[in-house]
Design a protein around this ligand. Structure first.
Ligand SMILES: Cc1cc2nc3c(=O)[nH]c(=O)nc-3n(C[C@H](O)[C@H](O)[C@H](O)COP(=O)(O)O)c2cc1C
Length: 151
């Protein structure tokens, strides 16, 4: 399998990039930003991973823009991300991204989300929440997730 991992990190901590690197290492895949993603990369990949931090109750807009930028085509994909808090029931952003991907012909074959250090807004005043995350255990789970995609 040839995988491409598209990862966007907006916070200064690059939490999602660390998860992307762990997944990519396990898949022997290349990690690119949404801006670096090209049609040629998509055409030659069997599977594409899309991930970002969660900002204002959603995945990074640049990720969505990258998904919409290319002609629809049928292929497998997976979704990953890091967030300060668990996904709230009133804003199912993971399912929303999945629907958007499916509208573009992707089949979502897996999802991996974990906590990341969050110094956003008032959390910065107390040095952030989720200190030390993604932890080495989180990155191990990310690698396990990648291994489960291969089996
Ligand atoms: C501007 C901003 C908005 C955020 N909004 C949310 C949010 O709505 N929900 C949440 O759980 N975390 C939120 N966070 C926390 C990030 O999702 C979390 O720190 C994530 O790990 C950042 O990933 P990154 O380092 O790859 O950018 C926000 C962080 C920033 C900087």
């Amino acid at each position: 399998m040839t995988d491409i991992v598209v990862s966007s990190s907006r916070s200064p901590h690059s939490n999602t990039r660390r998860v992307a690197d762990a997944i990519a290492e396990a898949l022997n895949a290349q990690v690119v930003t949404p801006h670096e993603l090209t049609q040629d990369m998509i055409d030659t990949a069997d599977r594409v991973g899309f991930g970002s931090g969660i900002y204002w109750f959603g995945f990074d807009r640049q990720l969505g823009d990258a998904i919409d930028r290319f002609p629809a085509g049928s292929r497998d994909c997976f979704v990953f991300g890091t967030s300060g808090l668990p996904e709230p029931p009133f804003r199912r952003y993971t399912a929303q991204l999945g629907r958007r991907l499916e509208e573009r012909g992707f089949r979502v074959v897996g999802t991996f989300i974990c906590r990341g250090l969050d110094t956003w807004g008032p959390f910065g005043l107390i040095g952030g929440i989720n200190k030390g995350r993604p932890s080495s255990a989180d990155l191990e789970h990310a690698r396990d997730f990648a291994a489960s995609l291969m089996s």
